[in-house]
Design a protein around this ligand. Structure first.
Ligand code: SF4
Ligand code: SF4
Length: 393
């Protein structure tokens, strides 16, 4: 099949932040120094080369984009200041925008002012819609439970619509990514489920991707030595990253448990429950973990603690801000819930919390949050390549 060359690729990538990569003269220093580059995934020089010669399909099919954790070591050692670490981050943004079908991610990444306006409008839309359904007259009545301010059914169905839209756009993107990586790496469906040995390799790769790497952060923790020796433990990037992920997953789990308790009739929506209840205990610990991770990330970007944090884009701030607002308002609601009568401000904080949380989920396939979908898929292909090369497949 003929190779398609996209002469606009490099210019397009520069719109996503790969500003200096034209200076690259392919010396290979960056690949030699990158602690995560190996025979199963060599980068960043190879991916930069794809961009320089206009190979869009190869670029979008590079699992290597997502096996980089943006430590910045390669940028520090580049003799021409081509900033390969930032190139990898820009290429990930480009990939997110290319996988999703609507063009929204491209606007969010390349037009930060319009992106911010869209983000505000989406949150305002959710808040306004819920306000039209809210019991405004009941705010001064002490018997109005906090979560009854907006009828449960409205929040419930709005959540289902948002999750369905997020799932559709996310699934579209993941399918495109899987096809792109599978084509470049020569992996077919038969290679993954065509025999008992293939199934074994696939299950091993799933465990490696989700368990060892995504949850355990093994390579980030053990191999990325960018900050291990110099940074205090509390701000090491792998730990802050892990606490953010664990916090988010814990909150998701707490929501499911809470929902289960309601279905079983053990508790009613919005009623204060003791801190030792499984959903409350998990939610509180997970919320603290998320808030810690996001806050340290924001401080790190603000103070430019490392090369990787020195060049933050509007899209980085948007994602972190949405996560932070969701976590913070969640704790404020928790305080309001335990007061003898819900204060008036509690209802408004509840409205902001739900609107921003809905926005966060709806925007998942279009923002930096999309890492949560794409990185595990890429890590799966990475682990599969290693399993196949070990087995000589
Ligand atoms: S990005 Fe820098 S270190 Fe890497 S190949 Fe190009 S010039 Fe060499
Ligand atoms: S930023 Fe770090 S992990 Fe990413 S390519 Fe450079 S050295 Fe490797």
């Amino acid at each position: 099949m003929a190779t398609v060359v996209n002469i606009d690729l490099m210019g397009d990538l520069q719109k996503f932040g790969a500003a200096d990569v034209n200076a690259c003269f392919s010396c290979g220093n960056c690949t030699a120094i990158c602690p995560l580059s190996d025979n199963d995934a060599t980068f960043p020089r190879r991916v930069i080369r794809y961009a320089q010669v206009g190979l869009t399909d190869e670029l979008l099919g590079s699992k290597e984009l997502w096996t980089c954790y943006h430590c910045g070591l390669c940028s520090d050692s580049c003799p021409t200041q081509a900033d390969p670490g930032e190139f990898m981050a820009a290429a990930r943004r480009y990939a997110i925008a290319s996988y999703e079908p609507t063009g929204l991610a491209r606007v969010l990444y390349t037009k930060p002012v319009i992106g911010t306006v869209i983000a505000v409008l989406v949150a305002a839309f959710f808040a306004t819609f819920m306000l039209t359904q809210a019991d405004l007259g009941g705010i001064d009545a002490p018997e109005l439970a906090l979560f009854d301010f907006v009828p449960n059914d409205v929040v419930h169905w709005l959540g289902i619509v948002v999750m369905a839209a997020m799932f559709l756009a996310g699934a579209w993107g993941v399918v495109r990514m899987v096809r792109a990586i599978g084509k470049r790496d020569g992996v077919t469906l038969k290679d993954t489920v065509g025999s008992g040995a293939a199934w074994k390799r696939t299950l091993g790769a799933v465990w490696d991707s989700l368990g060892i790497e995504s949850l355990g952060q093994k390579r980030f923790r053990d191999d990325c030595h960018d900050d291990q020796e110099v940074e205090p433990l509390w701000r090491r990037r792998w730990l802050v990253h892990a606490l953010t992920i664990w916090g988010f997953l814990g909150l998701f789990g707490a929501t499911l448990i809470d929902y289960g308790l309601e279905l079983l009739g053990i508790k009613e929506t919005g009623t204060p429950i003791p801190l030792w209840y499984p959903s409350r205990a998990l939610g509180t610990v997970a919320g603290l973990s998320l808030m810690y991770g996001v806050t340290v990330f924001m401080i790190g970007r603000w103070k430019k603690w490392s090369t990787a944090q020195a060049d933050s884009k509007g899209s980085d701030w948007l994602f972190l801000s949405l996560l932070w607002i969701t976590g913070f308002t969640g704790f404020v609601i928790e305080v309001a819930l335990y007061m003898s009568a819900p204060p008036a401000w509690g209802y408004w904080v509840f409205l902001v919390h739900v609107a921003v949380a809905m926005e966060l989920m709806l925007m998942l396939p279009f923002t930096k949050f999309a890492h949560a979908m794409y990185r595990p898929v890429a890590l799966f292909f990475y682990a599969l390549a290693r399993e196949r090369s070990t087995a000589g497949a």
